[in-house]
Design a protein around this ligand. Structure first.
Ligand code: DGL
Length: 271
């Protein structure tokens, strides 16, 4: 019989597409509906309360698409609102922080873990507390690189310039002798090569895409909600999507139809 409802996935912009791609690779039979909150991106520098409000608005909007799981494919939103989202709906909610933290705690050789994330995620200390739950003696060093998000959104990926600007942060991480580096923002895997070149081969780099997809796969198996129909994929945005469309095209090697929605008006009309 199966459960053909889609999986809802969202981020402030293109970052969550890294998670969406991992989900579609891992669960090719599942339908998805992706929402990029382009009109309010970036989330990273905003106060937690504001990000929480946006996140609940988006959760409610995706709930109207009759989703079976909500994946918060944004670390900043997960840090600000995961606890408020859980229990708000009659479907499970998966965030990106716990899966990445768990993997880091597992693979770290000496328990020295670096996290590069947005200002909001770093301020929340969400990674440090998630890792501490699993591996108490681990030391977690969190630094922000929020400036990188708008650059990735615009698609202005001048790698040499990004590497130069990232160097002080990575130098600090090297001096701290981390053995594992978490890309704690879903935008960052898009320039993973820059992080790799800057941090050196001895450091294991992790992102939340594959680990989050694995968690969703487990949930689908455990809840017996696998889809049995041909999958459909929808992509929604809340603002102008030119650069977003280019990134999506580059990542998925196809041009998905992008639908613009109005969160506030749709909430009022119940659309
Ligand atoms: N991609 C998001 C994250 O994982 C948000 C980036 C932003 O909007 O600042 O944190």
């Amino acid at each position: 019989l199966g459960d053909s409802r889609p999986i809802g996935v969202f981020d402030s912009g293109v970052g969550g597409l890294t998670v969406l791609r991992a989900l579609q690779d891992r669960l090719p039979q599942e339908s998805t509906v992706y929402l990029g909150d382009l009109s309010r991106c970036p989330y990273g520098p905003r106060p937690q309360a504001e990000v929480r409000r946006y996140t609940l608005e988006i959760g409610d909007a995706l709930a109207r698409f009759n989703i079976k799981i909500l994946v918060v494919a944004c670390n900043t939103a997960t840090a600000a609102a995961y606890d408020d989202l859980r229990g708000r709906y009659d479907f499970p909610v998966v965030g990106v922080i716990r899966p990445g933290a768990r993997e880091a705690a597992r693979v770290s050789t000496r328990g020295r873990i670096g996290v590069v994330a947005t200002l909001g995620t770093v301020a929340s200390k969400a990674y440090a507390s998630a890792i501490a739950c699993i591996r108490r003696e681990a030391q977690v060093f969190e630094r922000s690189a929020s400036w990188l998000v708008p650059i990735i959104e615009r698609g202005a990926l001048a790698r040499r310039a990004i590497q130069g600007q990232l160097e002080p942060t990575l130098e600090e991480m090297r001096a701290l002798e981390i053995d594992t580096l978490i890309l704690g923002c879903t935008h960052f895997p898009i320039v993973r090569d820059v992080f790799e070149a800057g941090i050196g081969k001895e450091v294991t780099i992790l992102d939340s895409a594959a680990t989050t997809a694995a968690e969703v796969a487990q949930l689908i198996a455990a809840c017996e909600i696998r889809s049995a129909i041909e999958p459909k994929h929808r992509v929604l945005v809340t603002g102008p999507a030119e650069a977003f469309a280019e990134r999506a095209q580059a990542m998925f090697r196809s041009s998905p139809e992008i639908e613009e929605i109005d969160l506030i008006a749709d909430a009022l009309t119940g659309a």
